[in-house]
Every structure is written in structure tokens, then in C-alpha cells.
Design a binder for this molecule. Structure first.
Ligand code: NAD
Ligand code: MG
Length: 282
């Protein structure tokens, strides 16, 4: 794992691009050995251009899956992710667009299915956050943008994907530690992450009869472009958990592999907490 104690003191004012991060996140451990756990599967990952989504794409590819990734505007990051997936010997379809638009969500799922002729793993993962320390500063416009980006597309994409998901397929939703303990500076974001927990639990019950499992991951502080783009002081990032450090995407994505493959066949409606040891209600 790369040295993560060398975070810069101040925000770098970057627009959330991974290729401009210093230090660059660790995407996959060099010694991560794939064992065909997802051989022949097709995965659709929102926000797959960078951070946790990119890492999930590369892990899935190493386990034998082809992937489609949706991203908003980070063309260079998306192309880099595609190259990483191809290096694993798998295909990567890039889909550029705004998940806030339900029509786009339908088209994106269709594109994936037309290209690969199937869809087995859906990872809802794209999000935005705008830190504000006082609730009075959370404008109606910001509130709307946070909810429209972070939770509405989980419904849009899932609805569209259900036309193709079959018995044995899975949905994995990205929440956050902030869903469980709240956040003083991310009240709107944390609220959307709480909604994702309730959505996951509701959907798991709805889809149990169809034998489609629905689970989630609740990460703590992870070194990704989202963090660099939104926080002013980076050197303390992740220091307030028992492990006193932030995590790398390479430490999060293996949980998505577990939830995507048969190893988790008796698990649905649950979350895996990857947060450096913070103990929270499940
Ligand atoms: P990231 O910025 O690398 O990934 C988020 C991606 O979402 C972006 O690359 C962007 O392309 C995409 N996106 C945002 N708005 C979009 C829109 N309207 N349409 C299409 N795509 C859009 O950041 P990340 O940290 O890897 O975030 C991934 C997930 O992990 C998010 O759900 C986030 O809430 C969650 N998470 C992150 C942390 C952390 O510390 N990094 C902690 C807890 C949870
Ligand atoms: Mg990005």
C-alpha cells in the first residue's frame, strides 16, 4: 500500500480528477490475485471513472468481468480506467452523461446491454458532496443537487436494470459511515447516504423472491478525488478513527467483489463497514 501519511496540507483546488491527485490513490494491490470469481459476468458501475468506482471496475475485471462505467465529465480519468480494465484482459464500455436525468439512466443501461448482451452486477456509486458547517448555508439549490445526484439515480438505474437482471444477479449500493453517525459538515450528503441504507434494505426485500441480492458498502474516509475536490484541509483526513489513517480504494473494492460473487450467496439487505475501525450501529 502506498504511503498515505503524505497528504497535502491544503486543498489543491482540483475539480475532482484522479490523474491530478498527489499522492495518487492505490487502485488495486499488486499482489491481488484474481480467481475467476466473476468470470463471464457483466457489471455496470456508476461513478466508475475514479476513486472507489474505478477500483471496483479494475477488481471486477481481474476477477473476469466486463464492465460498463458511467461518469459525468472526467474523460481522461474514464479513459485511464478503461485502459486499466483492458490490461486485465476485459472490456470496458465508457458511458458519459448525467445520472440526474432518468432518460439518460435508461439509455445507459440499454447501451450496456446492447454491447454485452447481459447485465449481472449493478453498482450504484456516483455521488457529490458540498461541505457546509451551518444548516443555514445549505441552500435549496444545493439540497436539490445533492439528493438528485446521490439517491434519485439509485432508483432510476435500478428500475432500468431490472429489465435485465436475473436470478443470481446482484445490486451493490455505496453508502457511507456518515449515514450511521451523521456528519456535522455534510448534513445533506449524510441524509442521502442514510436514504441509500433504507433503499437497500427495502429493495432487498422486494427482490428476494426473484433471487436478486441487494447489499451495500459503507466506507469511511477513503483517499479519492471526491475528497480532494471538497475539503480544504487534507492533512488530517481520516485521522480521527481508531486506525488513525484514511483508507485506499484498494482496501474497499474487495468487499464489492465479495458481495458480487457467490461467496455472499446467503447475504442480502446488509452493509459492510470499511472505515478504519469506527464502531457504529449496523
Ligand atoms: P469520486 O469522485 O472518485 O467518484 C464519484 C463519481 O461520481 C465521479 O467520478 C463522477 O463522475 C460521478 N458523478 C457525480 N455526479 C454525477 C452525475 N450527475 N452523473 C454521472 N456521474 C456522476 O469519489 P469516491 O470517493 O470514489 O465516491 C464513490 C462513492 O463512495 C460515493 O457514493 C461516495 O459518497 C462514497 N463514499 C466515499 C467516501 C470517501 O471518503 N471517498 C466515504 C464514504 C462514501
Ligand atoms: Mg471522477
Amino acid at each position: 500500500m502506498k504511503n498515505i501519511k503524505t497528504f497535502p496540507e491544503q486543498k489543491q483546488n482540483l475539480p475532482g480528477n484522479e490523474h491530478q491527485m498527489n499522492p495518487e490513490p492505490e487502485i488495486i494491490r499488486e499482489n491481488y490475485a484474481g480467481s475467476g470469481k466473476l468470470l463471464g459476468k457483466v457489471a455496470f458501475i456508476t461513478g466508475g471513472d475514479s476513486g472507489i468506482g474505478r477500483s471496483v471496475a479494475v477488481h471486477f475485471a481481474r476477477e473476469g468481468a466486463d464492465v460498463a462505467i458511467v461518469y459525468l465529465k472526467e474523460d481522461k480519468d474514464a479513459k485511464d480506467t478503461k485502459a486499466m480494465v483492458e490490461k486485465e484482459g476485459r472490456q470496458c464500455l465508457l458511458i458519459n452523461g448525467d445520472l440526474k436525468d432518468e432518460k439518460f439512466c435508461k439509455t445507459a443501461i440499454k447501451k450496456c446491454h446492447t454491447t454485452f448482451k447481459k447485465l449481472n452486477i449493478l453498482v450504484n456509486n456516483a455521488a457529490v458532496q458540498f461541505p457546509r458547517n451551518e444548516i443555514e448555508k445549505i441552500t435549496a439549490t444545493q439540497l436539490q443537487k445533492t439528493f438528485e445526484t446521490n439517491i434519485y439515480p439509485y432508483f432510476y438505474i435500478t428500475k432500468a436494470a431490472l429489465a435485465f437482471l436475473k436470478e443470481g444477479d446482484v445490486i451493490i449500493n455505496t453508502s457511507s459511515v456518515t449515514a450511521y453517525r451523521g456528519s456535522e459538515h455534510l448534513a445533506d450528503y449524510a441524509s442521502t447516504k442514510g436514504a441509500i441504507v433504507s433503499f437497500t434494505r427495502s429493495l432487498s426485500g422486494m427482490l428476494a423472491k426473484k433471487k436478486i441480492r441487494v447489499n451495500g458498502v459503507a466506507p469511511g474516509p477513503i483517499w479519492t478525488p471526491l475528497i480532494v475536490a471538497s475539503f480544504d484541509k487534507l492533512s488530517d483526513f481520516g485521522k480521527d478513527n481508531p486506525m488513525e489513517r484514511a483508507g485506499q480504494p484498494s482496501e474497499v473494492a474487495p468487499a464489492y467483489v465479495f458481495l458480487a460473487c457467490e461467496d455472499s450467496s446467503y447475504i442480502t439487505g446488509q452493509f459492510i463497514h470499511i472505515n478504519g475501525g469506527e464502531l457504529i450501529g449496523s
